[in-house]
Design a protein around this ligand. Structure first.
Ligand code: SF4
Ligand code: SF4
Length: 371
């Protein structure tokens, strides 16, 4: 298999404000381009695009190509598992939504310590083993958002795990909270191949400070900023697949162009990335990937990632002497809760895969932008 997977979590949409309205016509063309260039791995999940992603995978892929010509990966949302029977109920619903009789890769979704307890309580991994024995899940594993200590505990508890999906990118590699390097090395030690998610860190590695972008462009003006990040992940020996959430044909053309005949990073390119990491770390205040996992549980419905994006832009703009972020913030808070509405319940921090100190950062946002 070629090392690029099509992530179905940021598909093209017809309405920017409604993630469930997927642009099927554009999606079909993207799938065709992907398959035409020899890529075959598709990654979806029950919860993506307001639970529509699996259905659109069926429409754009399963109903249009022979089943053996592609691989489908999907995931069980453990926050919806409230009893042992829910494992089978959700799995069967996913088979139906995707229009398939088996999954090539089936995962427990976004594992952390809380979900590890749910999986143990309701026998979710045991259920995956049963589906594998029945031929309905050909490879079983989990996607992971925790530290290396928890990962070790899970790999010891579930030695039948066949692969692990990790958040891994050049910025998180040395991040002491995310521990991408430690987790990758642990998987290698346990002989578990790694599937990489968020190689471009939710798009933030294409919105790098100008100085960092210039370094990459000066080194090679012919390639995109995203290509540096995707190739970084794919260059690791134990990485079997790199997922990229592509939102339009331009992303598809770009990603497939450099991954069709993939070449690992050279030493010179690695040196450029090391300098880029230094620049980014010194310029971005809040390392939010805009995944949105924090928003659903917020009792005040604070649009956390939007405020962090504004806050980061504000600080970067202030470095250049001028920021309009306070105006944008004032407009947003006319119809949304403001950062200072936070009651510090902590739900968002538990949901954040980046382990951000959201409560503290919201105070900073309020201090800077609520003037
Ligand atoms: S800490 Fe604030 S933002 Fe986070 S969940 Fe609680 S109220 Fe919402
Ligand atoms: S604060 Fe955390 S959970 Fe919320 S959008 Fe940012 S990275 Fe995702």
């Amino acid at each position: 298999m070629k090392k690029l997977g099509f992530g179905f979590m940021r598909l093209p949409v017809l309405d920017e404000n409604d993630a469930s309205k997927i642009d099927l016509e554009q999606l079909c063309r993207m799938v065709d381009k992907f398959m035409e260039r020899g890529f075959t791995y598709f990654d979806t999940a029950y919860v993506y695009h307001k639970q529509q992603s699996e259905i659109y995978l069926r429409k754009a892929l399963v109903e249009r190509y022979p089943r053996e010509s592609f691989q489908v990966a999907t995931k069980i949302p453990l926050f919806m598992v409230k009893c042992e029977e829910d494992n089978a109920r959700i799995f069967n619903e996913e088979l139906e939504k995707c229009g398939v009789e088996y999954f090539d890769y089936y995962l427990l979704h976004a594992m952390n310590s809380e979900r590890f307890e749910i999986a143990k309580k309701y026998g979710s991994f045991e259920f995956l083993k049963k589906m594998k024995a029945e031929g309905k899940a050909r490879n079983i594993g989990f996607s992971f958002h925790g530290d290396a200590e928890l990962l070790k505990e899970m790999l010891d508890a579930w030695p039948e795990t066949e692969f692990v999906q990790l958040q891994l990118n050049y910025l998180d590699w040395e991040n002491p909270s995310i521990q991408a390097k430690e987790c990758y090395e642990l998987c290698t030690q346990y002989g578990k191949p790694v599937i990489v998610m968020e190689p471009v860190k939710g798009g933030s590695l294409v919105a790098v400070p100008e100085e960092a972008a210039k370094l990459m462009k000066d080194y090679n003006p012919d390639v995109s900023l995203a290509s540096w990040a995707v190739r970084y992940a794919a260059s690791l020996d134990n990485v079997m697949m790199v997922l990229s959430g592509m939102s339009n044909m331009e992303h598809m053309e770009d990603n497939t162009s450099y991954m069709e005949n993939f070449a690992p990073l050279t030493d010179g390119e690695r040196e450029v990335i090391a300098k880029v990491v230094e620049i980014i770390n010194s310029s971005k205040a809040v390392a939010c990937t805009t995944c949105g996992y924090c928003v659903d549980g917020c009792p005040k419905q604070i649009p956390i990632p939007k405020y962090f994006a504004l806050y980061n832009a504000h600080l970067q703009a202030l470095n250049k002497g001028f920021s309009t972020s306070q105006t944008y913030y004032a407009n947003m808070t006319m119809y949304m809760a403001s950062a200072s509405d936070c009651i510090e319940c902590g739900k968002c921090e538990k949901a954040c895969p980046q382990h951000l100190n959201i409560i503290e950062e919201l105070k900073n946002v309020a201090k800077e932008l609520e003037r």
